[in-house]
Design a binder for this molecule. Structure first.
Ligand SMILES: Nc1ncnc2c1ncn2[C@@H]1O[C@H](COP(=O)(O)OP(=O)(O)O)[C@@H](O)[C@H]1O
Ligand SMILES: Cc1cn([C@H]2C[C@H](O)[C@@H](COP(=O)(O)O)O2)c(=O)[nH]c1=O
Ligand SMILES: [Zn+2]
Length: 197
């Protein structure tokens, strides 16, 4: 379990910021872990702001909601840059579905962290083909802390790191749940991809 670093947030009158990334496949608990960290920051009376991409309207227009139906209020935005306006004065900025943001996301998170904000971003590290997803690789490279969480393979019960798309669609972005995706381990993912051919 991630334990918040015990660094002083104030040093010589300057706030200290950093970047945390929570990544993994679908159903791996990224959103639950994001909500857990943000709720703890709320308990510590920190000022928080949560962003999600405007396109993610799966469960709720505004809330960030986990597959377990835990939720937290968020602000949907279309461009990573918009976080600078609203998030700059916060102690903590949370970001869900980070993979859907534009390539400017890593730079925006660096600016926030450099100005003293703790940034916690959750997102898919790989798409349905097993390829790196959007701004996630760049974001992971500038983060102080990267936590990879695992789902359970629905085929064999091993740990799952892949999101297998069970429907026919080739666009990288296809919003969905269990009707379109399965959490799978490497072996069962490869078997599924072979069977598609
Ligand atoms: N194959 C699976 N492996 C693990 N958890 C699953 C699976 N399918 C459904 N779940 C549920 O999904 C929850 C995690 O949801 P969530 O935090 O929204 O995941 P993520 O944001 O990574 O998609 C788990 O606590 C569990 O209740
Ligand atoms: C693998 C993959 C997923 N998506 C979509 C499907 C869901 O709407 C989100 C992921 O949500 P979660 O909180 O991580 O479960 O992303 C997609 O558009 N393209 C993909 O390749
Ligand atoms: Zn498996």
């Amino acid at each position: 379990m991630f334990i918040e670093p015990r660094v002083s947030r104030e040093s010589h009158g300057h706030r200290r910021g950093w970047i945390e990334v929570i990544c993994g496949s679908m159903f791996s608990g990224k959103t639950e872990e994001l909500i857990r960290r943000l709720n703890r920051a709320k308990i510590a009376r920190q000022k928080i702001e949560i962003f999600k991409p405007g396109i993610d309207k799966r469960y709720h227009e505004i809330d960030v909601v986990s597959h377990n139906e835990n939720s937290i209020r968020s602000t949907p935005i279309d461009f990573a840059q918009d976080m600078l306006l609203l998030g700059g004065s916060c102690d903590v900025v949370g970001i869900d579905e980070a993979q859907f943001f534009d390539e400017g996301l890593a730079e925006v998170c660096v600016k926030l962290a450099n100005s003293g904000v703790r940034v916690i971003a959750a997102g898919l590290d790989m798409d349905y083909l097993g390829k790196p997803f959007g701004p996630m690789p760049a974001l992971m490279s500038v983060a102080e802390y990267v936590t990879k969480v695992h789902a359970i393979c629905v085929v064999c019960g091993d740990i799952a790191t892949y999101s297998f798309r069970s429907v026919t669609a080739e666009s990288q972005v296809l919003l969905g749940e269990t009707e379109s995706y399965e959490a799978r381990c490497r072996h069962c993912f490869l078997e599924g991809q072979k069977a598609k051919k």
